[in-house]
Design a protein around this ligand. Structure first.
Ligand SMILES: CC(C)(COP(=O)(O)OP(=O)(O)OC[C@H]1O[C@@H](n2cnc3c(N)ncnc32)[C@H](O)[C@@H]1OP(=O)(O)O)[C@@H](O)C(=O)NCCC(=O)NCCS
Length: 182
């Protein structure tokens, strides 16, 4: 990158802060899900989750959400239910996942995990580069999810048919910080 391009890129970088979602955020969270995921509820591995059943962090710039992550704890595992960055390539996704990993460690979780779909090549790259490993592939699982949430499209990123769920995990070490920073 030439110096002038580098300077332009830096000038357009978003300064954002990360904050925990609170109860008054849930109506906005429902609207966010509707806008970005088709409905105000999430369907993950055949289970349905409403906004108020989830915890989350928002990335904010000028009091607007520029990124959002939601998650929930089950025993000693923490599952990420959604991750969205509205300003790609500026560190927002990484910062949100770091916040969840820190929270999971504080909660006492030993495993942080999530599912994405076979078409999501950006996510496959993003998570692997941040230390997550492939834990499972559930072939045709999206067909089942569509029975609960018919709005899930047939075709996803790059024109790829959305069929399979891919599970990623990060095993958390309690004596060191998580490896989500690259
Ligand atoms: C996956 C997703 C959350 C990533 O969010 P993001 O904000 O672009 O993530 P980051 O900016 O932290 O990292 C993305 C890239 O930008 C780079 N980047 C990070 N900070 C940067 C900075 N300050 N300046 C320029 N680039 C930067 C990173 O190095 C990374 O590249 P890499 O994958 O080669 O390492 C985003 O693409 C998204 O919202 N996708 C749609 C929803 C989705 O797929 N969610 C995940 C599955 S549930």
């Amino acid at each position: 990158m030439r110096w002038s391009e580098e300077r332009r890129a830096k000038e357009h970088m978003t300064t954002f802060t990360i904050r925990r979602l609170v109860a008054t955020d849930y109506p906005a969270l429902g609207r966010f899900f509707e806008q970005h995921w088709g409905e105000a509820k999430m369907v993950v591995h055949g289970n349905l989750y409403l906004p108020h059943e989830l915890e989350g962090f928002a990335a904010e710039a000028d009091e607007q959400w520029v990124g959002l992550v939601t998650f929930h704890h089950t025993g000693t595992t923490t599952e990420v239910m959604s991750l969205d960055s509205l300003r790609i390539g500026q560190g927002i996704g990484t910062a949100l996942m770091q916040a969840v990993a820190d929270q999971a460690l504080a909660h006492g979780s030993s495993r942080l995990w999530l599912e994405t779909t076979n078409d999501n090549t950006h996510a496959l790259r993003f998570f692997q580069k941040r230390g997550y490993t492939l834990a499972a592939i559930r072939r045709n699982a999206v067909e089942e999810a569509r029975k609960i949430k018919p709005s899930i499209p047939l075709i996803g990123y790059h024109g790829i048919p959305i069929r399979d769920e891919i599970e990623f995990e990060l095993l958390l070490e309690h004596d060191q910080r998580p490896t989500t920073n690259v």
